[in-house]
Design a protein around this ligand. Sequence first.
Ligand code: NAD
Length: 495
Amino acid sequence: MTTIPHWIDGARTTGVSTRTSPVFNPATGEAAKEVVLAEQSDVDLAVASSLKAAVSWSESSLSTRTRILFAYRQLLHSHRDELAAIITSEHGKVLSDAAGEVQRGLEVVEFACGIPQLLKGEHSEQVSRGVDAYSIRQPLGVVAGITPFNFPVMVPMWMFPIAIASGNTFVLKPSERDPSASVRLAELFSEAGLPDGVLNVLHGDAFAVNALLDHRDISAVSFVGSTPIAKHVYSRGTANGKRVQALGGAKNHMVVLPDADLDGAADAAVSAGYGSAGERCMAISVVVAVGDTGDELVEKIASRTRELTTLPGTDPDAQMGPLVTGVHRDKVKSYVDAGEQEGASLVVDGRGYAPEGHENGFWLAPTLFDHVTPEMSVYTDEIFGPVLSVVRVPTFEDAVELVNANQYGNGTAVYTGDGLAAREYQRRVHVGMVGINVPIPVPMAYYSFGGWKDSLFGDTHVHGAEGVKFYTRAKAITARWPRQHGVDLGFPTHG
Ligand code: NAD
């Protein structure tokens, strides 16, 4: 049994707690590893290390930070395959998908390499006679990141490269389901020259999360995970006076208009619905077939779905891997059972599948429902698995109404050849990220990522300019270098 340790103060450590949690290989179902789960003294140790490191790190020059970030970027690039293999061994996604995840995380480091440009303030000369005004942005101190299982490399990297580049120190609490990658990310950052304590990795469960939310030395918390936990993190963190951004769950609709290229739309629905076994917050889980597109579109999606190969993520022929744990697989399967009972048409049934020789893995093959209605649990709930639902609506207006009535507002896509319809959809939809003939519109690192409604609590999205804003606070300065003095009790005005 391998024990996955914390990374505190530049070293691997198993800490004080004796509590652990099993870490599975989803393709085999084996739990050959366990991860330590922090108790209070482990949390205190990690935060104290980050607090101490913050004193000198916040004083480090922008050139020093940039040099370390460039070195880190290079190391991530050369360890891309190793990181992808770690992801696949604990998450289950196929290797090429895992490598793509590393790439998207790396792009945030590339963005953070531009921190000298990003931290430039404003300056107004002569706002009054002999008076200048300017603004600067300063780091917050120690910030924490709490991340989900589905992107064990990319989501932590949405956060810590920008927080650290901005002069903060960071305590990362990764998902306990696939925790190894985060330790390797921290180790590589250390190899790139990052001082000890600037990035600590603290493993744990709800206990560690709550201890971080209550810790007086943590200034801000970035969270990504499910909506109920995001709500909890937002309310507890803000009640404790912290700055919080908490990204939650999703139910992403892909609206297919009658004039769309239906082959292209079917390719996109299958790719975005079943990629990473549907365990992506930007996965398409609902296809909205508008007008008379339904029969043809469902047939095209079904034929593609039946051809997908579901195999261990390390198999070069795999297009989809297993689900992350047996518990999660069983939950997803229970939604398929419910959808059938509630009267949706089960077009492709992925239940009961297991590849030969891997019968104990956490398998569920791609599953497709047609004639789903908004009251069914397959529609209302985030399933987070390889289950795609088709809802049929008569008109564009009905499609917009359906999407806007949904609790979530993370991502959405519209498939059409009509630019005006696409523009109308983009303007009216209550969703944070919109794709036009693009099924998974994840913004580039230099834009900001975030949803609306129950997909995000707080007012700042992650990475891009909003990321820099979240991890810094503004100071406005008014300066005068007078040659003459005199008392003046009037209210200061310009002139
Ligand atoms: P999760 O909410 O179960 O866990 C997220 C984090 O919260 C983990 O670090 C976990 O240890 C911690 N946590 C779990 N239960 C807790 C509790 N009761 N109290 C305090 N902390 C707790 O999410 P998950 O299953 O790991 O990830 C999948 C979810 O994340 C999906 O809902 C998905 O949509 C969402 N997600 C959202 C985005 C986004 O950008 N909006 C991105 C990725 C994933």
